[in-house]
Design a protein around this ligand. Structure first.
Ligand SMILES: *[C@@H]1O[C@H](CO)[C@@H](O)[C@H](O)[C@H]1NC(C)=O
Ligand SMILES: *[C@@H]1O[C@H](CO)[C@@H](O)[C@H](O)[C@H]1NC(C)=O
Ligand SMILES: *[C@@H]1O[C@H](CO)[C@@H](O)[C@H](O)[C@H]1NC(C)=O
Length: 661
């Protein structure tokens, strides 16, 4: 600023002193009001290279992505104060695209494993497809379809007959999901009970081999469009067990299932929910019905009914109705979407209410499935939304500058957190942004967190992803077509980014359904004194690969009998030197890659340990299966739970779980 001012004065000597001073003053105020961009412009030769994501976009995104593929455009690394950690000081910029595949010869000759291993073939294909997709996106060949054309027109009402429903594998597609006030009516008849050996609904430690009479059915609202390549989330699972429940009574169980993890079930067994339990839109969660085991219950309630009628005190009439579903008897069930939850009535009478649980919105409930021992005669869905926002307007509501990531800092970073995510996990990313990414260490850039996302097969998803990345500045795109078996490449990309771009002391990997207590994680790492190399997490020792079933690992993929000790994938930390070792090995094509990223990490740490000892710290507080009190990280947290946990942490100052009822 000073220099500019002097230059200015030198060329303006013919002005009078007063005029000159006035101009200087004016100029000074101008500088003050544009302080940030001004400093940036003078600090670097190419202004737009600079971080400040709120003001300018990084150059790649303005100019186009070609630069991302140029080999060797890196500046010579300048050593940092911290020995071993290097970083491009003075040219810190946010890279939207990971550079791990810059060397295009990767996977051409297969690295260490044999040339035609399945992993390398898959990777090679995914990388070349991803490159095409990204180049298309970047050059504008793949363009956003106009919003008008993207919004599907949906019928306000859908109905199917028995025949059509069976033909569609008992799934009714609700193309635009549900909206407030939508209702679905199912007319059906439960089957007569059949004998089942040790029926699935029985419970108990002793293995029963006796025959049990069972009849039950399940009605589910599923998020058919919410995910790809995994089971759709069950937004509502409604399961009446007419016969065969372990309690020996007819019950109705309701639950949700998110990422294959069931929540805690809401069981209705004929007792009315107590007043202490919160109600749903003013309705009780469970209505009462006649229970054959409570002999005098009927008489008693009849007495109170008469009494109430005579005295005229209570308007509510308590009459004991039987269990709403009976074998071989037709029923009409109606599900209604309320403000706070789903309400279910059978034959006109309210039976249960289930509060909304997961972070999914009503529009996400795009399928109604009926399973089990039941004949469905017809299904009607009405008061449906006529347009599907394709999640776009909803996304626009979320596009607020307060959730943008701060630009990369000039100073050393303590911890870099790489969060694995997928193209269409917008709700999950938003929950992370609004919760633990608001921690002051992240806000002040002592900790940097970024999402690592690969490309989606559907181009619209990538168009949206690119926009989201440009807006929030917290997404690193790993340019390959997303594939379940290639997650390990994202882990390598996290290491590469943490080492080359951020130069962080510690590097952490987690998932987009992991809640992280950032401060506690750093403290845990700092506790390790006198040792440079560390690997912290919930460590598995002597685990064996599964050789059968859906997730089987072949002997080709993993010939050894055991896995090395490895930290569970949803949350672990490494020191800089280990990450650097991994990146170097990868670049020299010496890194052994296995489809399970957490096992791979254990394997790499084991190899590193041959040259320098690693402190391996095991803690159960990196919780793998949900949440425990006093956690460091919690997993399988739905977007809603994330927000709730963050709220609790702020309000109570204590790490507490949010197990939604
Ligand atoms: C790319 O890989 C080849 C083969 O290992 C290697 O010789 C070359 O140096 C690499 N290039 C860069 C820029 O890393
Ligand atoms: C929607 O896209 C189709 C081609 O896919 C085009 O023919 C049509 O004109 C578009 N409609 C609008 C309203 O843009
Ligand atoms: C590291 O190596 C030492 C021996 O050099 C061994 O005792 C230790 O178990 C190894 N740790 C890991 C994590 O492999």
């Amino acid at each position: 600023m000073k220099k500019t001012k002097l230059e200015y004065s030198a060329s303006q000597t013919r002005f009078g002193l007063v005029q000159f001073l006035l101009i200087v003053l004016l100029f000074y105020f101008l500088c003050m009001s544009f302080e940030i961009p001004f400093i940036f412009r003078t600090g670097s030769n190419s202004g737009s290279d600079y971080g400040s994501f709120t003001d300018t976009l990084p150059r790649q995104m303005l100019v186009g992505g070609e630069a991302n593929w140029v080999v060797g455009e890196e500046d010579p690394h300048r050593p940092f104060k911290d020995p071993g950690r290097v970083r491009q000081v003075g040219r810190v910029q946010f890279k939207t695209v990971s550079e791990i595949f810059v060397n295009s010869s990767f996977f051409d000759n297969g690295g260490v494993s044999d040339e035609f291993s399945i992993f390398h073939k898959t990777a090679k294909h995914a990388i070349s497809m991803g490159r095409k997709m990204w180049n298309g996106l970047d050059s504008g060949l793949i363009e956003e379809t106009p919003i008008k054309n993207r919004t599907e027109k949906c019928p306000e009402m859908v109905s199917v007959t028995e025949f059509e429903f069976e033909k569609k594998s008992r799934v009714l597609v609700l193309p635009c999901g549900l909206t407030l006030g939508s209702h679905v009516t199912v007319v059906a008849t439960p089957h007569w009970a059949h004998a089942e050996r040790d029926g699935r609904v029985t419970k108990g430690d002793d293995v029963k081999t006796e025959m049990v009479m069972v009849t039950q059915f399940m009605m589910e609202l599923q998020g058919l469009k919410a995910v790809d390549g995994e089971d759709p989330p069950r937004i509502l699972h409604f399961n009446p067990r007419i016969k065969g429940d372990w309690s020996g009574r007819p019950v109705i169980e309701q639950n949700t299932c998110y990422r294959m993890q069931w929540g805690s079930a809401l069981r209705c067994d004929g007792r009315e929910s107590s007043d202490e339990e919160e109600s749903v839109d003013g309705e009780v969660k469970c209505e009462r019905w006649k229970r054959d085991d409570v002999g005098d219950g009927y008489d008693e309630s009849r007495k109170t009914w008469w009494l109430n009628r005579l005295m005229g005190r209570r308007k509510k009439i308590t009459h004991d109705w039987p269990f709403p579903f009976e074998e071989g008897k037709l029923f009409v069930l109606t599900l209604r979407a309320g403000m706070e939850g789903y309400h279910i009535s059978v034959n006109g009478r309210h039976i249960t209410s289930f509060p909304y649980r997961t972070g999914f919105v009503l529009e996400d409930a795009t399928g109604l499935a009926v399973k089990g021992n039941i004949d469905v005669h017809s299904v009607y869905a009405s008061t449906l939304p006529s347009t599907n926002p394709s999640f776009a307007p909803q996304k626009h509501l979320e596009m607020q500058s307060i959730w943008k990531a701060p630009s990369l800092p000039q100073k050393p970073v303590e911890l870099f957190i790489g969060i694995l995510s997928a193209g269409n996990h917008f709700a999950e990313r938003m929950a992370v942004r609004k919760s633990w990414m608001q921690q002051k260490l992240v806000k002040s850039s002592k900790v940097v967190a970024r999402f690592f996302v690969a490309l989606h097969a559907r181009k619209e998803v990538n168009v949206d992803l690119k926009k989201e990345a440009e807006y929030f500045g917290d997404i690193v795109i790993v340019p390959y077509m997303d594939h379940y078996d290639l997650v390990v490449l994202k882990t390598v990309a996290i290491c590469e980014y943490g080492v080359s771009t951020v130069g962080a002391k510690y590097i952490m990997k987690c998932d987009d359904d992991t809640f992280v207590r950032v401060d506690a994680v750093i403290q845990e790492a700092e506790k390790v004194k006198g040792r440079e190399s560390l690997y912290i997490g919930n460590i598995n020792f002597y685990h064996k690969p599964l050789r059968t079933g859906k997730w089987a690992v072949t002997y080709e993929e993993w010939p050894e009998e055991y896995y090395p000790p490895y930290a569970n994938g949803p949350g672990y930390i490494l020191s800089y030197d280990i990450a650097k070792f991994i990146v170097d090995d990868f670049e020299q094509q010496k890194l052994r890659l296995f489809k399970m990223e957490d096992v791979s990490m254990g394997m790499w740490v084991e190899k590193f340990n041959e040259t320098r000892p690693v402190a391996v710290i095991h803690s159960l507080k990196f919780c793998q299966f949900g949440c425990i009190e006093d956690y460091f990280t919690a997993h399988y947290q739905s977007p809603r739970q994330m927000i709730c946990m963050w709220d609790k942490l702020q309000r109570l100052g204590k790490p507490q779980c949010c197990n939604m009822r």
